[in-house]
Design a protein around this ligand. Structure first.
Ligand code: BGC
Length: 745
């Protein structure tokens, strides 16, 4: 249970984000039902973007199905307009249910207790249910309930663009039993239907206007608002109204208790795979579950494939765009827990391969260049910003942060390794791998003096040094991309000569070209193992920059800016925004020695500001793998509470990638589950004070339960086929329905 105690307008947006509800296709911020001043209601459908009046795609803020305007004797029940005697909300993350109890003080008609419960159905994708109970404590009151729905919403993230309404209501039919509206996004032309009804007590009331009723002192009045909100399936605009109205009728037939029970069963099934228990640290356990909740709330295995934005469906931050956050930070969770959800994310990228090819062409390259920020169509959507002097600033990541292309390929390959997905044609995956390799082959430049291929003018994960030459992260990632594409295509040719021939011919690909990729890969600047020092240099010339020691740390344990240094001049120093070389070493652990990992960790730790929420979780994971568990724990405990305690700006939405990074820290870092050379390895490092931790993984279709203690582990295969794993360095074949226990020797 995540609690909000008391009403504090300053924390309003924070709670709206952390208590947001979602079923992966539809998400809604936890704005109070009355939408007081300062509220930022946000209702988002995955993949519904628009560009009207904005420089790039905005995830559209849609009408709010949880707005409910109630008046007692003409006075609006609102934390703003009335005295608040008591206020508490509880998000039940196990059930995906948000509860509220507010006691309003003496208004015109005396004290009123206002209780609500709401959920977005996990079984019926468009269904939103809100039920309110209103009780007058001091005397009878006349209650009025507005029968409309929350159209009064705007996109407000880019404040210099002004508030934007990204949709028009193209058809509104208010009726006695229910109402329906059709809305259409202004430029992208996406259609969304809303069918809703408001019920007083057990009676469906007239939805055409406000509803009035007498409230007797002490006996609660129940108001239920049910909405069914669906996007028209791509290319099939017909039948939308019918689908929404039917959805609404289904809930009415089933009744709210039944609909809630179905919803709870679906959440229970998700938790059955994703729950993590930590016996000796209940606070940590709860915070871990909170992070997992938000990953579940934005994952889905159905509907049109859409990306997960940096703030998922919990806010307008980053305009709903997808970044490398997905593949590097969140996708491992879905891949190893809910492969159906992971497949949707993989399909989202595969579906935008043509757009990435076009993006490559526009920028003068061959192959596919995935955009740094991606929305609906997959074109580059990194926005421009006003510079405050009447001009616009280009955010350079959109031009140079090219590692995203290798990250997308890496996410896809890791997904295939873990799931062996038969639902995804291998040729499609290899096409993406080939086109991304092709991009890198055209992106590198030969330094004739050294004989090495270089990637010049590029931005690595650290966005303070822009652009640089030969960012180690990017060079290693490109190398991996080129080598893996050449290897996998050769292997495919051997196994499936026919389909391989047609793939090669479709892509105009030759053995000569793939051999060229190998030659480039072997000589990418800075990736030659024999020439690497103990500390990997982040980019050419980085070591020549002055080192500025980090001063004392903030209360959260994170470093604070040294005097005189800021985002604009950090580039002249060795200070970095976020983990860069350290992330690289986690992604390709076998390319570096233990010494390089430890030395680089210690070196960059003293230079990292952790401005991005992707950073502390990376240091936590790395600390555990590189043998500095005490440092790791420190980072973990900050990162874990990023949103719960609001260490970073949570008002505009949850830091979804950070949730993914925290999950990885628990499962990979402490739980010791890693995939090496296609093998599932388990080397738990459970802290003594935790005693025991339990988690589950899906590996090639089998559900595997892991119960780990310091120095030992019990693994149970609940699947139907044997699981091959390497436990504490020993190969084990685990038959179905059996457990094995192993000790760290
Ligand atoms: C970080 C990026 C990240 C983006 C979205 C930026 O502040 O530097 O690494 O992809 O936020 O989360």
């Amino acid at each position: 249970l995540i609690r909000e105690k008391g009403w504090n307008p300053k924390r309003q947006s924070h709670y709206e984000s952390i208590m947001a509800l979602g079923n992966g296709r539809l998400g809604s911020r936890a704005a109070l039902e009355e939408c007081p001043q300062g509220a930022m209601p946000g209702t988002f459908l995955a993949g519904v973007f628009d560009t009207a009046g904005s420089i790039v795609d905005d995830l559209v803020n849609l009408p709010n199905p949880f707005e409910l305007r109630v008046f007692a004797d003409g006075q609006k029940l609102s934390v703003e307009a009335m005295k608040v005697i008591g206020h508490e909300r509880v998000l039940d993350i196990r059930r995906g249910l948000l509860l509220r109890r507010t006691v309003f003080g003496k208004g015109l008609g005396g004290r009123i207790v206002f209780r609500t419960a709401r959920f977005i159905s996990r079984t019926d994708p468009g269904t939103c249910v809100l039920r309110a109970w209103i009780t007058a404590l001091d005397g009878d009151a006349e209650i009025t309930v507005a029968g409309d729905t929350g159209y009064g919403v705007f996109n407000t993230e880019a404040d210099w663009e002004g508030p934007k309404r990204h949709f028009a209501i193209t058809n509104l039919q208010t009726g006695r039993r229910s109402s329906y509206m059709d809305i259409k996004t202004l430029e992208t032309g996406l259609r969304i239907g809303y069918a809703w009804t408001t019920i007083l007590g057990t009676r469906t009331t007239d939805n055409r206007s406000s509803i009035r009723t007498k409230l007797r002192k002490g006996s609660p009045l129940c108001v239920t608002k049910i909405t069914n909100c669906l996007p028209a399936p791509a290319g099939k605009p017909g039948g939308l109204r019918k689908a929404c109205v039917r959805g609404l009728a289904r809930v009415l037939r089933r009744g709210i208790p039944g609909a809630l029970a179905d919803h709870e069963r679906a959440w229970a099934a998700l938790w059955n795979v994703s729950d993590i228990s930590i016996a000796g640290a209940l606070d940590v356990e709860k915070a871990v579950r909170f992070n997992v909740y938000h990953l579940l709330a934005c994952g889905t295995d159905s509907g049109t494939p859409a990306g997960i934005g940096a703030k998922s469906l919990t806010g307008e931050g980053y305009r709903g765009h997808s970044f490398w956050d997905t593949e590097i930070y969140s996708l491992p969770f879905y891949t190893l827990n809910h492969p159906g959800m992971a497949r949707q994310l993989v399909r989202y990228r595969l579906g935008r391969l043509d757009a990435a090819r076009k993006n490559g062409r526009i920028n003068g390259y061959r192959g596919a260049l995935f955009p740094w920020e991606s929305g609906l169509a997959g074109n580059e959507s990194t926005p421009l910003f006003p510079d405050g002097k009447g001009g616009l600033v280009i955010f350079k990541s959109g031009m140079f942060e090219h590692h995203i292309t290798a990250d997308v390929a890496l996410g896809l390959m890791n997904y295939l390794t873990a799931t062996g997905d038969a639902g995804l044609p291998e040729a499609r995956a290899l096409e993406l791998l080939a086109e991304t390799a092709r991009f890198w082959a055209s992106r590198v430049i030969l330094n004739r003096r050294t004989g090495y291929w270089e990637i010049r003018k590029v931005i690595g994960p650290d966005e303070y040094h822009v652009p640089v030459n030969n960012n180690a992260f990017t060079n290693f990632a490109a190398r991996w991309n080129l080598e893996t594409a050449a290897d996998r295509l050769a292997d495919f040719k051997e196994r499936n000569p026919g389909p391989a021939r047609s793939l090669f011919s479709r892509l105009h690909l030759s053995d000569q070209e793939t051999a060229g990729w190998r030659r480039i890969a072997e000589r990418i600047s800075g990736t030659d193992p024999v020439r690497l020092g103990a500390v990997i240099e982040q980019f050419d010339g980085y070591f020549n920059l002055p080192h500025v020691p980090l001063p004392a740390r903030a209360k959260s344990g994170m470093p604070v800016w040294p005097k005189g240094i800021n985002e604009d001049n950090a580039c002249k120093t060795q200070l970095i925004k976020q983990a860069d070389v350290v992330t690289l070493m986690l992604l390709f652990p076998d390319r570096f020695t233990s010494e390089q990992k430890r030395e680089s960790f210690a070196f960059y730790e003293n230079r990292t500001l952790h401005i991005s929420s992707l950073s502390a979780c990376t240091y936590a994971m790395a600390g555990l793998e590189f043998g500095v568990p005490d440092r790791a724990m420190k980072y973990f405990l900050v990162s874990l509470y990023t949103d719960l305690k609001g260490f970073q700006e949570t008002a505009k939405g949850i830091h979804t990638a950070c949730c993914g990074g925290n999950w990885q820290t628990v499962v990979r870092g402490f739980g010791g589950a890693a995939v090496r050379d296609g093998v599932l390895c388990l080397d738990p490092r459970v802290p003594r004070q935790w005693g025991e931790m339990r988690y589950s993984l899906r590996w090639r279709g089998n559900l595997v339960r892991i119960q780990a203690k310091p120095g030992s582990v019990v693994i149970r295969n609940e699947g139907k086929s044997a699981v091959e794993a390497r436990i504490f360095g020993h190969d084990v074949s685990l038959p179905p329905r059996l457990s094995v226990k192993r000790k760290d020797s």
